[in-house]
Design a protein around this ligand. Structure first.
Ligand code: ATP
Ligand code: MG
Length: 358
């Protein structure tokens, strides 16, 4: 009997350029699977803003049940002009993140050859870190309310909820990730000088977790100065962990300092693998270039590499990332956002071919 591993992947191309980048992601994944000897069993779902226009729903009522059968979800982009965010986001992405307890949002921030960082005098060695965002609680807990609307007594409040389990599990993830990296450093994003209950607690849990990892260096910064340091000293960072809001801010800033939005990748992870995790590029559906087949597929392809790493195929994941770096470094085909002339499919094909025989 064959011992070949098989992974079940739920594929949701979604909207706009998601429909163009997802096939290229799959092309490269397929090349990696052949070369490294595993199988991917794909199930395609057409859930999108188009489905919403037809059915009034972003996904069917039993959508999560359907995805539950898979090992991972591979997503393109969701959202389209005319469909409000609260429909597209809250009808598809948020239910998946919450329903599958994907409590880590992970984004690599790495300057690739040929990507143009907005920072002066910075090369690839200077920007190579991860942002680890808490993805389930904190400032986005939806606890609060509005009273006396429309009167002069009107007031609103919204609470930030931190739980011990919630802090500990995301911090543990950050430390474990740092352990796999040469520098072994974790930076915590805080604001305990202004937010006087939750953030001091965050700091306490961070200090407590650090005790379990004597080999890992730590530091912490308030979110305001941390943003400045991302721009002025990106080379200081290795793994940066933040609450839901602070992580949200940093996980947009990080890929931005590392250059093109088209190459940035992200993962929504349930590390225990109790539920499927979800992998998607950082960019959105890009209505301005959708249908032109000029979108950069590298963010999607890199997200696919993150998916393989999560599934346990680290060699295949590394091969994809190294091939992207090598191809860009050698002046291989690149899309317009990176100063080239190649189309989405050209880049996907070139990468798939190189991954297949790397
Ligand atoms: P969302 O709200 O869904 O995140 P958005 O409006 O923030 O979407 P994007 O859809 O990511 O933004 O697009 C922002 C800009 O970046 C657009 O001009 C778009 O064309 C460009 N862009 C995004 N992704 C890519 C890509 N893969 N390749 C080239 N350009 C891209
Ligand atoms: Mg956006």
């Amino acid at each position: 009997m064959s011992t070949r591993k098989k992974y079940r992947i739920a594929v949701i191309p979604g909207d706009g350029i998601g429909k163009e980048t997802t096939p290229e992601g799959l092309r490269v994944l397929d090349a990696a699977a052949r070369r490294f000897g595993f199988d991917l069993e794909l199930t395609h779902y057409d859930w999108s803003c188009e489905t919403y226009a037809q059915t009034g729903k972003m996904m069917p009522d039993d959508g999560l049940e359907q995805l539950r059968q898979s090992d991972s979800v591979f997503l393109g982009a969701v959202g389209w002009p005319g469909v409000p965010d609260h429909v597209s986001l809250w009808g598809l992405l948020i239910p998946i993140r919450r329903g599958f307890d994907q409590y880590v949002n992970l984004r690599p921030c790495k300057l690739l050859p040929g990507a143009t960082t907005p920072l002066a005098n910075r090369g690839p060695k200077d920007i190579d870190f991860y942002v680890v965002r808490e993805n389930t609680e904190g400032e986005y807990s939806s606890v609060g309310g509005r009273m006396f609307p429309g009167t002069d007594r009107e007031f609103v409040s919204q609470q930030s909820i931190l739980t011990r389990i919630g802090c500990d599990r995301v911090m543990k993830y950050a430390f474990e990730l740092a352990m796999t990296r040469p520098r072994k450093k974790v930076t915590s994003a805080t604001k305990s000088n202004g937010i006087t209950f939750t953030m001091p607690y965050w700091d306490e849990r961070f200090a407590e977790m650090a005790k379990n990892y004597p080999g890992v260096t730590t530091d912490q910064f308030h979110i305001d100065i941390l943003c400045a340091h991302f721009v002025q000293h990106p080379d200081w960072f290795d793994v940066v962990v933040g609450s839901n809001l602070f992580g949200d801010i940093l996980s947009d800033l990080g890929p931005a300092v590392a250059g093109s939005i088209g190459i940035a990748a992200s993962a929504n992870i349930n590390p225990e693998k109790a539920f499927p995790s979800m992998f998607e590029p950082v960019h959105g559906s890009a209505p301005d270039i959708a249908g032109k087949w000029i979108a950069n597929p590298i963010g999607q392809i890199w997200s696919g590499a993150m998916m393989l790493e999560h599934l346990g195929e680290k060699a295949a994941a590394d091969a994809i990332v190294q091939t992207i770096e090598r191809m860009l470094g050698e002046g291989g085909p690149r899309t317009r956002d990176m100063g080239g002339q190649a189309g989405t499919v050209d880049v996907g094909k070139a990468l798939a071919e190189a991954v297949g025989k790397a």
